[in-house]
Design a protein around this ligand. Structure first.
Ligand SMILES: [Fe+2]
Length: 244
């Protein structure tokens, strides 16, 4: 059984199209999306439309959960915008604009997504989370002490925990027999080269699994120009984050 695991698309239409082309060649049985489909980026409606198309094509073989930025857009208030501007200026201005340009049907869609999902495939228990099993916004990134990751996933009874959120692909094989894999980010990759990353997961009949992080080359400079063209205050700071 082949599964494509995507996360943190963040309204980046070009990155998503390039990843979807690669996924098509992989020809998976299922697709899992770990949230943060919107906020930042430049085309939330296109990305959400593509998500709807995947949902239609894969039916019960498409799973999606909510990320923290989906929640921010869905539950946006003037106070949240002000607080975000204070903490991370360009993101706050992006939030203010994104709420205006994202179709209501897509905002309603992300608002109603679950924060996590448990799935069993070939006797392998899998949990889909955005940050960690205990917190949607908790950071699982490379080179954390194992004991710290063990605490983060302690509440989960799954064998395999799939997460995103930090935009940094990584994996942990823990002493409690759990495996944690961060799928990386499709649309706002924080790897050195800023290229989109997603996960190819293969599960055999006995529930043994194999993973490969796929890195997809694309025109990140064009995306940076698209972000700059949005013109909101401090968008140049956001645009810079797409360049290696
Ligand atoms: Fe994210």
């Amino acid at each position: 059984m082949k599964i494509a695991v995507i996360s943190d698309i963040h309204a980046n239409a070009l990155a998503f199209d390039n990843v979807l082309n690669d996924i098509e060649k992989f020809n998976p049985d299922k697709i899992f999306c770990l949230g943060d489909i919107i906020l930042a980026g430049y085309n939330p409606n296109y990305v959400c439309q593509k998500i709807f198309e995947l949902k239609e094509k894969y039916n019960e073989n498409f799973e999606i959960i909510q990320g923290n930025t989906d929640k921010m857009v869905a539950n946006c208030t003037p106070e949240l915008i002000a607080k975000t501007k204070e903490a991370f200026s360009c993101m706050g201005y992006s939030l203010e604009e994104d709420v205006k340009i994202t179709d209501k049907k897509y905002i309603d869609f992300v608002k109603n997504l679950p924060e996590k999902k448990s799935i069993e495939l070939n006797n392998l228990k899998i949990e889909l989370v955005h940050g960690s099993p205990r917190n949607q916004s908790e950071n699982i990134y490379p080179k954390l002490p194992q004991e710290e990751v063990e605490k983060m996933v302690d509440s989960s009874s799954a064998d395999l925990i799939l997460c995103g959120h930090t935009h940094l692909p990584c994996g942990y094989s823990l002493n409690n027999n759990k495996t944690v894999i961060n799928a990386g980010s499709v649309g706002r990759s924080m790897t050195q080269d800023k290229m989109p990353v997603y996960l190819q997961l293969t599960i055999d009949k006995e529930g043994k699994f194999f993973v490969e992080h796929r890195i997809i080359k694309y025109d990140n400079e064009l995306v940076s120009r698209h972000i700059l063209a949005r013109g909101f205050k401090h968008c140049e700071d956001l645009a810079k984050m797409y360049i290696a």
